[in-house]
Design a binder for this molecule. Structure first.
Ligand SMILES: [Zn+2]
Length: 232
């Protein structure tokens, strides 16, 4: 697994950033709205996304009391099944987003030999690898070593998470009754989709992967217009 060598930040600067963050949160705390809801949580989105720091949860709008966020390496349902099901079956969010992204380190690592990783990392990477193996059995993913290889795998990895969600009878029932919409997206951090850096594309809705059909779902608004995928 590749460790990144990043620009170093001093602890002073780091703590200053934290101080600014918590001060802003305190100053902007939405007490009025929060009190109207009896200080409970009423999220409308369950989000399963990669822990990658280039995948901020606020890609999908405001977070506080709106997004029930589950993050792990490689955005795996089975690494955090209980948390995701809690959002869907108890909090009853009407929307579930599974978000993958370009240059996903987890996808990359799952494709490599990761036996020397610590057990906890191996366990989670094995789950990612199993998703990718499953995807290869179901979908045609070109195995070449092109620049796009990991992006293609990230796409079908999102498809697989939606398959796993739909395999849960209670989740599938909610989808069937139109009480829950499953939206699979790719966040293109690296302009692999050729329309600009940082754009988000719809690749899967309730298991449907056909871009023509997704574009017809006008109720999705911008996310229907943004239907695009690199794999079939
Ligand atoms: Zn990632």
């Amino acid at each position: 697994m590749v460790s990144s060598s990043s620009p170093k930040v001093s602890r002073d600067v780091l703590m200053q950033g934290i101080a600014e963050g918590i001060t802003k949160f305190e100053n902007e705390f939405p007490l009025e709205d929060f009190s109207k809801g009896d200080y409970k949580q009423y999220p409308v989105i369950t989000l399963l996304t990669c822990s990658d720091s280039r995948m901020p949860v606020n890609v999908f709008g405001s977070i506080f009391n709106r997004i029930f966020s589950v993050e792990n390496i490689g955005n795996q349902f089975r690494s955090s099944e209980g948390s995701v099901l809690y959002g869907l079956l108890h909090l009853r969010t009407p929307l579930m987003i599974v978000a993958g992204h370009t240059d996903c380190g987890a996808i990359n690592a799952a494709e490599s030999n990761f036996v020397s990783e610590p057990l906890g990392i191996r366990n989670e990477l094995s789950i990612v690898k199993d998703s990718l193996d499953g995807a290869r059995r179901l979908y045609s993913v070109s195995n070449d070593d092109s620049d796009l290889k990991y992006t293609l795998l990230s796409e079908v990895n999102v498809d697989m998470q939606i398959n796993y969600l739909l395999a849960n009878p209670e989740v599938s029932e909610l989808v069937k009754n139109d009480e829950l919409l499953l939206l699979g997206v790719m966040v293109d951090l690296h302009n692999h989709y050729d329309e600009g850096y940082g754009r988000t594309y719809t690749i899967n809705v309730n298991g449907e992967r056909d871009i023509g059909k997704l574009k017809e779902r006008k109720v999705l608004g911008l996310m229907a217009e943004r239907a695009k995928r690199l794999t079939r």
